[in-house]
Ligand binder design. Structure first.
Ligand SMILES: [Zn+2]
Length: 435
C-alpha cells in the first residue's frame, strides 16, 4: 500500500512538473497566474512546481508585466542555457552532428561527407564519433549538462527491450544493424573498459556519459516531430510531413501523435508503388515513388531524357536541372519536361496521402523537397487535386517545411528533448533507452 501511495505521489509530482514545463517550453514566457488555467493545476501546485524548477535552474525569470491595478506579474521561461542536446542526421551523403541549447538553437555543428551512400556502418559510427568530438571541442566547458544524443537514420528502427535499437535500412543495405550497441561501444556513451580519448572522453567525464541517453529514430519521423513542434505543422492534429532527399519518407501524424504501425514501419511513403513494373528502386522492388521523385530518380530520368547533368553531387545536379528548366532552347525544354513530370509524380504520391489519411496539412521537406518545392509547388498542387478525391483534397493544405533542409538534426534532438519534457525536467536516469 505504502509503495503504491508513494508511486502515485511521485507520478503526480512528475506530471505536474511536466505540464508546467511543457507549457512554458512551447508557449512561454508566462506568469504563474497564466499557468493555472492553462494546466488546470491549483495555484499552490503551480507555486511548488515553479519554485522547484527555478531552484534547479530549469526555469528563469524573464521580467514582469503590469496587471490591472494589482502587483506586476513576474514572467517565467525555460532557461535555454541550463542544458544542451545533440542531434545527429545520418543522411545518405553526409553525417551531420549539431549541438543545441535547451530551446534547440544551434550552438555548434560538424559535417562529414559520406562517399559510399552510407553503406558502411562502421564508417558511419566513426563519423558520428568524430562529429560528437568536434562539436564538444567547439563549445568547451560553456554548456549545461548534455541531456541526450538523438540520432536520425534512414531506415525502420526496431525497439528492443535488451541490446538497444536495431536499424532496418533496406535502401542503404543495413540489415538489422545494431547501431545503438555499436555507438555505445565506439563513442564511449556506455559502460565498457575502453576509456575513450579526446573530446568524447571529456564528454564521458563532464556529463557522466554512462548515463547520457542515446535515442535512435527514423530520420523522416524525427523531422516530422520537429516540424510539428516548431515549424509548418504547428497547430495541426492530422498532418503528413514528407521528406524528400536521396530517399523519400514520411511522418504520418494522427491526433497529434506520429503513427508508427505495428513495428515502427509505417510512413514508408517512398516505397509505395507509383507504377506497377516501373523503375527499379533501391529497395529491390519496382515502380516505387522514390525511384521517380527521390533526387537520384529525378536526375536519372533527366539523363535518360537526353539531359546532361554535370559531374557534381546530387544537390548540384538538381540545382542545375532547375536552372536549366528556366532557360530557353532544346536543353531547357528537356529539363522543363522532366520537372513537369516530377511535379505530376509527386502530386500523385501526395494524392495517395490525401486519400489514405485525410490530413489537414501536408508539409514537404528534405533538401531535395525544399530545392524543388518553390518552383514546382503550384504544379504539384494541381496534380494533387487531379488525382485525389475532391472532398478531402479541398481540405488539405500542401506547404513547404519551415525549418530548412537541415532539420533532421533538430528532429533528432527532439528525441531526448521529448524525454526530458515528459519527465518534468528531471535529469535523465542512468538507464539509456531507445525509441
Ligand atoms: Zn522502393
Amino acid at each position: 500500500m505504502g509503495g503504491h501511495d508513494r508511486r502515485t505521489v511521485r507520478d503526480l509530482r512528475r506530471s505536474n512538473r511536466a505540464a508546467v514545463l511543457r507549457l512554458l517550453y512551447f508557449e512561454g514566457p508566462l506568469s504563474r497566474q497564466e499557468l493555472g488555467p492553462a494546466t488546470g493545476l491549483s495555484s499552490g501546485s503551480i507555486s511548488n512546481v515553479v519554485t522547484e524548477l527555478l531552484a534547479e535552474g530549469v526555469l528563469e525569470e524573464a521580467g514582469s508585466v503590469g496587471s490591472d491595478g494589482g502587483r506586476p506579474r513576474t514572467l517565467l521561461r525555460v532557461a535555454r542555457q541550463s542544458a544542451c542536446l545533440v542531434g545527429v542526421d545520418v543522411g545518405e551523403t553526409r553525417v551531420r552532428v549539431e549541438l543545441f541549447d535547451l530551446m534547440l538553437t544551434e550552438v555548434a555543428r560538424s559535417e562529414q561527407p559520406l562517399d559510399d551512400g552510407g553503406h558502411d556502418v562502421s564508417l558511419v559510427v566513426r563519423l558520428i564519433e568524430k562529429g560528437l568530438a568536434a562539436v564538444l571541442a567547439q563549445v568547451g566547458e560553456s554548456t549545461g549538462p548534455l541531456l541526450g544524443v538523438g540520432v536520425g537514420v534512414p531506415g525502420i528502427v526496431e525497439r528492443r527491450s535488451h541490446g538497444g535499437a536495431l536499424v532496418h535500412g533496406q535502401t542503404v543495405g543495413w540489415d538489422a544493424v545494431p547501431l545503438e550497441e555499436m555507438l555505445r561501444e565506439s563513442a564511449g556513451l556506455a559502460d565498457g573498459d575502453g576509456s575513450p580519448g579526446g573530446a568524447v572522453g571529456a564528454l564521458a567525464g563532464r556529463h557522466r556519459a554512462r548515463s547520457v541517453p542515446l535515442l535512435i529514430g527514423n530520420g523522416a519521423k524525427t523531422l516530422g516531430q520537429a516540424e510539428m513542434w516548431f515549424g509548418a505543422g504547428r497547430g495541426a492534429r492530422d498532418a503528413v510531413i514528407a521528406l524528400i532527399g536521396s530517399g523519400v519518407g514520411a511522418c504520418v501524424v494522427t491526433g497529434g501523435e506520429p503513427y508508427g504501425g505495428a513495428s515502427s514501419g509505417a510512413g514508408e511513403w517512398g516505397h509505395t508503388v507509383l507504377a506497377v513494373g516501373g523503375r527499379a528502386c533501391r529497395c529491390g522492388a519496382r515502380g516505387c515513388l522514390e525511384a521517380y521523385v527521390g533526387a537520384g530518380g529525378v536526375i536519372a530520368r533527366w539523363r535518360e531524357a537526353g539531359g546532361e547533368p554535370g559531374s557534381g553531387d546530387e544537390e548540384s545536379a538538381l540545382a542545375e536541372l532547375l536552372a536549366t528548366g528556366r532557360g530557353e532552347g532544346a536543353r531547357a525544354r528537356i529539363a522543363a519536361a522532366v520537372l513537369e513530370e516530377t511535379a505530376e509524380y509527386l502530386g500523385a504520391g501526395i494524392a495517395d496521402l490525401v486519400n489514405l489519411f485525410n490530413p489537414e496539412r501536408i508539409v514537404i521537406g528534405g533538401w531535395a523537397g525544399l530545392l524543388l518545392g518553390p518552383q514546382l509547388l503550384p504544379a504539384v498542387r494541381t496534380a494533387t487535386d487531379a488525382y485525389a478525391l475532391r472532398y478531402p483534397a479541398a481540405r488539405t493544405a500542401v506547404e513547404l517545411c519551415r525549418l530548412g533542409p537541415d532539420a533532421v538534426t533538430v528532429g533528432a534532438a527532439t528525441l531526448p528533448l521529448r524525454r526530458f519534457l515528459d519527465a518534468g525536467g528531471s535529469p535523465p536516469p542512468g538507464v539509456a533507452l531507445s525509441v
